[in-house]
Design a protein around this ligand. Structure first.
Ligand code: SAH
Ligand code: SF4
Ligand code: F3S
Length: 467
């Protein structure tokens, strides 16, 4: 398999998925080449691995160059307006390749496909197939339809589909860390959010298939898995709750690190926190999106917790897991947010001192509760100015947090050599902070090392191996 290091950054629609290159199986080959590119959250990147698995099974091979592909897929995100704009721009770039190779099949997958459905075919002449997140099993059949001269759409959402039986083909892998999708969809209906519409109802995947996937990854040399869901705390499959699942995966092997994302403040239980404490291999890191620090705005957002509740959950984390890293998502300029209410978000940030945050200006999404009920009335420049302040404040907090890690020894899983220099290794500590340190030939990718942190920036710890 071809190795391309990937970042574990989530929710960043600006990131463009690398294409992939996989060895072909001469027995199965149909001689056609697939190119796939992913946008949006880690869920989408995981789904692309399912899609690749389905098509490789039908004899496709893969390419990293869309210009030489027979099938070009773009797995899309709808979370904010600019995420969709980026996809439209990218489609334009595919036009000349298709003009040179008219037999090329261009498919739009994922959340934007689900949101726009057949409208996509009307709006973008280039597109041959539109496929929603629950319809990937139908892809071979849809490609066949296009080969026969039609354009094809399948955007049916499912209450059951979890792709549990499909073994994802690991794309862009560093061979050490991997993602396991444990559930799909979302039932929460946060008023700003398009996900419940693009991904459908929440459903949990069979726990045994999750444990098996973790075990297979471990056997293949992987040393870290991240359990993925829009709200992992509401995982529930045949009386297995999220704390139980976490324990089952932690027990696969003490050398397999376990992470998870995303936790919902309304649902994260003390049972989960105590399970994290019980196992050294469950990383001490929680992504706990706050969105806003103001209770009135949280109510309008339909987040179903208020400021006090959120603070209590943070207090519980700090009490039960004193060394836990906490990160968050913040939205600035949600409908009717006043200056004072926005200040509550800043003061919440001061209260928690997040290690890291993803921060966004509110972007109205068609069809959401907020779009139907509330006016998007905070001027764009106010949203942006609040965002800039929030970003600045977070940078200070990240630096403060990382400074507390300096002078300490960290347990780091080596993910590979650093992007900047092949003389340095990089990997993450328990709290999910990136750590960079000089290569030591006695250790290799996939090994755990103890690293003494000597200094830091607001994003990275810099240190040396002490054994
Ligand atoms: N399931 C996760 C969030 C998934 S979407 C959760 O509940 O926290 C990732 C992030 O994108 C959200 O946490 C939110 O901060 C941001 N986001 C979602 N919709 C948005 C919108 N319409 N405008 C701006 N940011 C948005
Ligand atoms: Fe969207 Fe809320 Fe579901 Fe997260 S929990 S995916 S923000 S609806
Ligand atoms: Fe985007 Fe869909 Fe994920 S809207 S953030 S790709 S669930």
């Amino acid at each position: 398999m071809f190795e391309i290091p990937t970042s574990t950054k989530q929710h960043d629609e600006s990131r463009q998925g690398e294409a992939l290159l996989l060895e072909k199986d001469p027995q199965k080959s149909n001689g056609r080449k697939l190119y796939i590119e992913s946008y949006g959250c880690q869920m989408n990147f995981s789904d692309s691995e399912i899609v690749a698995s389905i098509l490789l099974d039908k004899g496709f091979e893969t390419t990293r160059d869309y210009k030489e592909a027979d099938v070009v897929f773009i797995n899309t995100c709808s979370i904010r307006e600019n995420a969709e704009q980026r996809v439209r721009n990218r489609l334009k770039e595919f036009e000349s390749a298709k003009a040179k190779n008219p037999g090329m099949v261009v498919g739009v997958l994922g959340c934007m496909a689900e949101r726009l459905k057949s409208k996509f075919l009307e709006e973008e002449r280039l597109v041959d197939v539109v496929v929603g997140p629950d319809a990937y099993r139908d892809l071979p059949n849809l490609i066949e339809k296009v080969d026969e001269g039609s354009r094809a759409v399948n955007v049916l959402l499912s209450r059951e589909e979890t792709y549990a039986d499909i073994s994802p083909v690991r794309l862009n892998t560093n061979g050490v860390t991997a993602f396991i999708s444990i559930m799909r969809g979302c039932d929460n209906m946060c008023s700003f959010c398009v996900v419940p519409f693009t991904r459908g109802r929440e459903r949990s995947r069979d726990s045994q298939s999750i444990v098996k996937e973790a075990r297979d990854l471990f056997d293949a040399g992987y040393r870290e898995v991240t359990l993925l869901g829009q709200n992992v705390d509401s995982y529930n499959h045949e009386n297995t709750n999220f704390a139980n699942l976490l324990e089952m995966v932690a027990l696969v092997n003490p050398l397999l690190r376990v992470r998870f994302s995303t936790s919902h403040p309304k649902d994260i239980t003390d049972e989960v926190l105590y399970t994290m404490v019980k196992y050294d291999n469950i990383c001490k890191y929680i992504h706990l999106p706050v969105q806003s620090g103001n209770s009135r705005i949280l109510k309008l957002m339909n987040r179903t917790y208020d400021r006090e509740w959120y603070k209590e959950r943070v207090d519980a984390i700090r009490r039960i897991i004193p060394d836990c890293g906490i990160s968050t998502d913040v939205i600035t300029g949600f409908c009717s947010e006043t200056e004072e209410e926005y200040q509550d978000t800043l003061s919440m940030m001061d209260y928690v001192k997040y290690d890291f945050a993803y921060m966004f200006a509110y972007s109205e999404r068609p069809g959401t509760l907020a779009a139907k009920r509330y006016a998007d009335d905070v001027p764009e420049e106010v949203k942006k100015q609040r965002l800039t302040e929030v970003v600045d404040r977070q940078r200070q907090h990240s630096l403060e947090r990382l400074t507390t890690y300096v002078g300490k020894v960290h347990n780091v899983l080596i993910e590979g050599t650093s992007k900047r220099s092949d003389k340095d290794y990089c990997g993450r500590n328990d709290q999910n902070t990136m750590v960079v340190f000089p290569v030591d030939e006695r250790y290799k990718k996939g090994d755990y090392v103890r690293v003494y942190a000597e200094t830091c920036t607001s994003a990275t710890l810099i240190g040396r191996i002490i054994g």
